[in-house]
Ligand binder design. Structure first.
Ligand code: PMV
Length: 324
């Protein structure tokens, strides 16, 4: 009753911000993402009666807060009709909790490894719903390539579908790392702050147009259409964050430096767009032919520690070698 899965984080081009249901992670709007190929979470789960309680070792450290992990383990035990406790060991090849979407790959890998370890063979839709219970964005990491998460009002209707496979369209997402430490305000706390914000209402009124642009832009491989819509949507989400009470400001000086640089490069003819999640790090969309030049320029910006180039990544998958 042991299985290991690998999943990659996804970065939303149209963001999920604000929940219709806090416990079930049902979003207020559809979102669209790209799965990254270079960043990965590997997770091994074993259910056994030799364990007296569930445990989690994340990046070689014993974790104390198992609440979200147990939502998935409990759901798997309920479906598989088993009672055994689980040992979970999980490792990321990138910084955890720093706005690099580690929860999306983490809970997607956990859902796949735990369900396999319990002897279940869930469909992608069922896996997506299960992963969503740990972290909303995790439902999108079940798939590679480009993915849309349907909001819906019910738990059974709120899951991700694949818009395009990884090899359909080669665009690059450069992850510019400014800060590797864990963020002070988690996205869970952030989503809750969005609730009473009048700016969220405006964002939700206009988001459909941008969803359509990104959906069509991916289909037509129209880099400008996708980039413009994604950048606008990112700003619209951060405007909502900044107008929360108390204010939620994830940007640092380094973030703003990159935003200015991208604007300048674009005005000079180097077409790039930015997107930012619940943290200061910036993800930069560019065409494959410009990737080396953009990486070089990003590394020259003060405060940028590292740049990781990503292509569209693969689906979450089972692997044979275990972490313990
Ligand atoms: O899945 P969560 O609860 O970590 O929320 C993700 C929120 C954003 O990353 C900011 C946006 C998104 O759609 O991924």
């Amino acid at each position: 009753m042991k299985a290991t899965a690998i999943a990659s984080p996804n970065i939303a081009l149209i963001k999920y911000w604000g929940k219709a249901d806090d416990k079930l992670n049902i979003p207020l709007n559809n979102s669209i993402s790209m799965t990254l190929n270079e960043l990965k979470t590997t997770t091994t789960v074993e259910f056994s009666d030799k364990y007296s309680k569930d445990s989690l070792i994340l990046n070689k450290k014993e974790a104390t807060d198992l609440e979200r992990v147990q939502r998935i383990l409990n759901e798997v035990r309920r479906i598989a009709k088993i009672k055994e406790s689980a040992k979970v060991v999980s490792e990321n090849n990138f910084p955890t909790g720093a706005g690099l979407a580690s929860s999306s790959s983490g809970f997607s890998a956990l859902a796949l490894a735990a369900s396999k370890a319990a002897g279940l063979d869930l469909s992608k839709k069922e896996l997506s719903i299960l992963a969503r219970m740990g972290s909303g964005s995790a439902c999108r990491s079940v798939y590679g390539g480009f993915v849309e998460w349907i909001a819906d009002k019910t738990s059974d209707g709120s899951y991700a579908t694949q818009l395009a496979k990884p090899d359909y369209w080669d665009v690059r997402m450069l992850v510019a790392i400014i800060k590797e430490e864990e963020k002070e305000v988690s996205s869970t706390a952030g989503h809750a702050l969005a609730k009473n914000n009048p700016f969220l209402e405006t964002r939700l009124k206009i988001v459909d147009k941008y969803l359509k642009d990104v959906r069509n832009g991916i289909k037509e491989k129209d880099f400008t259409k996708v980039g413009k819509a994604a950048e606008f949507d990112c700003i619209s989400m951060h405007a909502t964050m900044m107008t929360s009470v108390p204010m939620l400001l994830y940007w640092t000086t380094g973030t703003v430096r990159i935003i200015h640089a991208i604007n300048k490069w674009r005005n000079e003819g180097l077409e790039t767009y930015f997107t930012i999640d619940a943290g200061p790090n910036v993800k930069v969309l560019c065409k494959p032919k410009d990737s080396k030049e953009v990486q070089k320029r990003l590394m020259e910006i003060k405060g940028v520690k590292n740049v990781i180039e990503n292509k569209p990544g693969e689906d979450a998958r089972i692997v044979e070698s275990h972490l313990f």
